[in-house]
Structures are given as structure tokens and as C-alpha cells.
Design a binder for this molecule. Structure first.
Ligand code: TYM
Length: 334
């Protein structure tokens, strides 16, 4: 039976990249009637230092973003990772399954630490094995993510296969990364070769879910582009990363194929395209940000929803962890 698991780090405000690459698709999967489990991965967030007050605030804000975007806590399980301790426990077990060689190939770790790995936390290095635990703890079969998480989901498959092989069991299923749509990799508005990211020092590089209409319009107006008009086919966007990014964003926001967007705007310059893009971005994000504001006025209610989500996640996760402990040969209390 298909089961979806995915997560978002509450390590800063969410961006248009998180929305189009993840959140919007999480809602679509829920609305298709598939069993969906979504997690605010606070244990992942602390792999780099987080101010405790901000972490609390950002966790609630991320929960508010899920709810405002259309996640229904009755139909989806929505919770934060640290409330279900089985994540950390299975994460440790997978630290003993994953190989150093595998971790050394993780491009996200290498991109994050650059040449200065001596000062990175051990948790940042082990991050993908905790992510494997998140997914496999629910025997999830599908993991909707943006392009940047593909390698981590593939590592999850390797960990599942090695565990099964090492213990002669057929216990953990191999989950599929689900990477669909026009915006699986939303790029920076300042540099079309870099991913739009909450950690980019330039706020102009991203659209935040909490930006107001004027800010969104101004950021799109100032987005880096080129002087050429839009081409007729996708081929014409090949060496134009900034132009391609804006077309993909428009496609994802409007639910059209990028080809259809080009058919509509071919021959037009960005002077015309940008205001249209800004309009649809504002029309999509303004109601979400307004609803987030409303929800954030009652943090106790958000905490209650997260607690209820954890109460529903726990009875799925705990038996799978217990079975794992049995397989490993851990002597357990009767
Ligand atoms: P995180 O918090 O960096 O991002 C959350 C989700 O948003 C997607 N995303 C993007 N998609 C398109 N364009 C972008 N510019 C962009 N930026 C981010 C990410 O691909 C992701 O789907 N390791 C994960 C969190 C995690 C997780 C998991 C995910 C922990 N455990 C288990 C799935 C399953 C992460 O850091 O995502």
C-alpha cells in the first residue's frame, strides 16, 4: 500500500523553492487520497547551530505554512521529529549500517562545508542516515522532494537494502523519490546557476512565503534576466538559466507545462513577462501568508496540532522500531 513521507527543515523561513518543490506537491498528494505523513525535521535543523527561540518560532511558522498551504491535519499526519524519539533511535542504528564511503559521496554535505569540513558537526555528516530513518520508520514507499534531495533518497534505498541483506530479512522497502513538475529545482533570482535557498545571504535571491505583495513584485522586477525575448521552444532556454527559471516558476504557479508558457509568451520580453509572473506569484502566496499570520496568532493551537500529529505518528513508528530491535538481537523488556 502506498505511503508518503516527506520533511522540511524548520531552519529558517520557507521559500518559493520549498513551496513549489515540496509543499504544494505535498498538498496534491494528500488530495489524491494517498496516506501522507509530513514532518518538521527539527533534529536535522540542529546539525547547524540554531538559536533556541528562533527554532521554536520557525517550527511553528513552518507548521503554519503547511496548514495555510492546504495540509489538513485530519487527513495527513503533521508533526515535528523530536516528539517521536524513534527517529533518533533508528537514526543511530542506520549510522551503524551506512558506510563512510557512502557518506563521503553526499554532494550536499560537500557543498555545505566546502573545504572546511573540520569544523562541521558530526550530525551534519550523519544527516542523510537520520533522513533514511525518517522515511523507513514508516515503511514509506514514496518520498516527494525537490531535485536536491534525490541523492539522499537513493542513499535511503542503499541503507534499506544493506540492512535487509546483513540480517537476511525482507523488512525495509525501497522508497521511490517522487520528483515531478516544472519546479523541482527553483533557482536563485540573482544567479540562475544556484539553488534558491533559505540560507542564501541575499534576501533578494529568494521569495519568502511571508513576503508581502510589494516585496514579491519588487524581487521579481529586479530578478536577473537577459535582454533577449522569450523563445518559442525549451531548446531556446538552454543557455539562459535565469530565463528558464522564471519560465519554470510561472509554469509551476499556473499549473501549465513550460512549453505552453512559451507558446503563450514567445517573442515577448521580460518587461512584459515579469509583471505577469509577479501577479500570479502574489495571487498564490498572499492568501498563504495571510493565513499563516492568522495561525501564528495562536501558537498554542499549532502546538496542539503538532502534538496530535505526533500521537498519530508514534503508533506507526514504534512497532517498526521494535521489530528492528528484535532483528538486531537487542534484548527487550517483556
Ligand atoms: P529542506 O528543508 O532543505 O527542503 C524541504 C523540501 O524543499 C525542497 N526544496 C526545493 N525544491 C525546489 N527548488 C528549491 N530551490 C528547493 N529548495 C528546497 C527540498 O528538495 C525538500 O523536498 N533533507 C531534507 C529534509 C528531510 C526529508 C526527510 C525530506 C529530512 N528527512 C525525509 C524527505 C524525507 C531537507 O533538508 O529539505
Amino acid at each position: 500500500k502506498p505511503r508518503i513521507f516527506s520533511g522540511i527543515q524548520p531552519s529558517g523561513g520557507l521559500t518559493l523553492g520549498n513551496y513549489l518543490g515540496a509543499l504544494k506537491r505535498f498538498v496534491e498528494k494528500q488530495d489524491e487520497g494517498i496516506e501522507t505523513i509530513y514532518c518538521l525535521v527539527d533534529l536535522h535543523a540542529i546539525t547547524v547551530w540554531q538559536d533556541p527561540d528562533k527554532l521554536r518560532q520557525q517550527t511553528r511558522e513552518a507548521a503554519a505554512a503547511f496548514l495555510a498551504a492546504g495540509i489538513d491535519p485530519k487527513r495527513s499526519v503533521l508533526f515535528n521529529q523530536s516528539q517521536v524519539s524513534a527517529h533518533a533511535e533508528l537514526g543511530w542504528i542506520f549510522n551503524c549500517v551506512a558506510r563512510l564511503g557512502w557518506m563521503n559521496r553526499m554532494t550536499q554535505f560537500k557543498d555545505k562545508v566546502g573545504k572546511n569540513s573540520e569544523n562541521a558537526s558530526l550530525g551534519l555528516y550523519a544527516y542523510p542516515s537520520l533522513m533514511a530513518a525518517d522515511i523507513l520508520l514508516y515503511h514509506a514507499t514514496m518520498v516527494p522532494v525537490g531535485e536536491d534531495q534525490k541523492q539522499h533518497v537513493e542513499l535511503t534505498r542503499d541503507i534499506a537494502a544493506k540492512f535487509n541483506h546483513d540480517f537476511g530479512v525482507d523488512f525495509f522497502p525501497a522508497p521511490e523519490p517522487v520528483i515531478e513538475g516544472a519546479a523541482t529545482r527553483v533557482m536563485s533570482l540573482r544567479d540562475g546557476t544556484r539553488k534558491m535557498s533559505k540560507s542564501d545571504p541575499s534576501d533578494a535571491s529568494r521569495i519568502n512565503l511571508t513576503d508581502d505583495a510589494d516585496t514579491i513584485a519588487a524581487k521579481i522586477r529586479k530578478a536577473k534576466t537577459d535582454p533577449e525575448p522569450l523563445p518559442e521552444t525549451l531548446d531556446g532556454l538552454k543557455d539562459r538559466p535565469e530565463a528558464r527559471n522564471l519560465v519554470n516558476i510561472y509554469a509551476a504557479l499556473s499549473g501549465k507545462m513550460p512549453e505552453a508558457v512559451l507558446a503563450e509568451f514567445a517573442g515577448q520580453g521580460f518587461g512584459l513577462f515579469k509583471p505577469v509572473l509577479a501577479d500570479i506569484a502574489v495571487a498564490t502566496l498572499a492568501p498563504i501568508s495571510a493565513e499563516m499570520g492568522r495561525l501564528m496568532a495562536d501558537p498554542a493551537e499549532i502546538d496542539r496540532i503538532l502534538g496530535e500529529g505526533a500521537d498519530r505518528a508514534e503508533p506507526i513508528a514504534r512497532p517498526i522500531l521494535n521489530r528492528t530491535l528484535d532483528i538486531l538481537g537487542m534484548v527487550r523488556r517483556g
